[in-house]
Design a protein around this ligand. Structure first.
Ligand SMILES: [Zn+2]
Length: 280
């Protein structure tokens, strides 16, 4: 089943009298959306009782819930203490998403730092294998971890790197952020054919499970180093366009969860995406 929803809340949510994110599931249902991503990017501010309340609401209104792990994670960090911290951020994200009634945790894998690309990739692979073994010990083997494609060249996470990471274990599911990928390609994501090439590669490598991809979508401004800032659907200069992706998802009978990360208008633009998907 195709799932579409926002990352976080637009002004319209608060303007219509809502104050808490746990009111979002009911609101999303009322505007015909069925997914929601909650970000712990800057830390775990949410109390467990609030997370539980969220869990009740997403079950009641049939909203697919995912969380975004803290931005400080870096599995290429040479310092073992810092790797331990990254394990802790993932573990805490899983504990929260469990209370919140979801099973997907999106995370940024690593930054290259002073290492060569190869060294950084090998360190990232080694540490993610260790992470999975650690999570097994803690009884968290049922949660899906989604390493995200990143928008800056200094970050680990182009499409090939993310697909390779996901070959480690079937509970790793790519989070394709097509806005980020378009930044890396300097605007190269334009046509149906552009998307098709990426998707064919991914399906060939990962098989059928890739049809349940996690997707982040927004238009993003880019420059020489890649990503600059998130835009909304009023942009038609930087892109990428959503229409050809919607057509491909339909043609390939995929069931991804698509999270809209537009600046300020994530709920409004998620509705636009939903309507585009309905009319392909
Ligand atoms: Zn992200």
């Amino acid at each position: 089943m195709l799932r579409i929803g926002p990352s976080g809340n637009s002004a319209v949510f608060y303007d219509s009298g809502h104050t808490h994110s746990y009111e979002a599931p009911e609101f999303l249902k009322s505007i015909d959306l069925n997914a929601y991503e909650y970000s712990f990017g800057r830390g775990f501010g949410m109390k467990d009782e609030t997370a539980l309340k969220m869990g009740e609401e997403v079950a009641k209104y049939d909203i697919a819930l995912s969380v975004h792990a803290p931005y400080y994670i870096n599995f290429a960090n040479p310092d073992p203490e810092m790797i331990k911290k990254s394990f802790g951020y993932i573990e805490e994200s899983i504990k929260k998403v469990r209370l919140m009634g979801g099973n997907r945790v999106v995370f940024h894998s690593a930054t290259q730092g002073k290492m060569t690309r190869e060294e950084a990739l090998k360190t990232t692979h080694d540490n993610i294998k260790k992470l999975l073994a650690y999570l097994d010990e803690q009884g968290f083997e049922d949660y899906i971890l989604c390493p995200e494609t990143m928008g800056k060249y200094s970050q680990i996470g182009n499409l090939n790197e993310i697909v390779d990471l996901c070959l480690i274990d079937s509970r790793l599911m790519p989070c394709f952020d097509f806005g980020h990928l378009n930044c890396l390609l300097q605007g190269g994501l334009r046509s149906y054919e552009d998307y098709r090439i990426l998707m064919d590669y991914t399906l060939e490598k990962l098989g059928e499970r890739a049809k349940n991809l996690h997707i982040h979508f927004s238009k993003i401004m880019y420059g020489k180093g890649g990503e600059i800032k998130h835009l909304d659907f009023s942009d038609d200069f930087y892109g990428p366009p959503f229409e050809p992706l919607a057509k491909l998802i339909n043609d390939y009978k995929m069931s991804p969860t698509i999270i809209c990360e537009s600046k300020d208008l994530m709920m409004e633009d998620a509705i636009k995406m939903k309507n585009i998907c309905k009319n392909v």
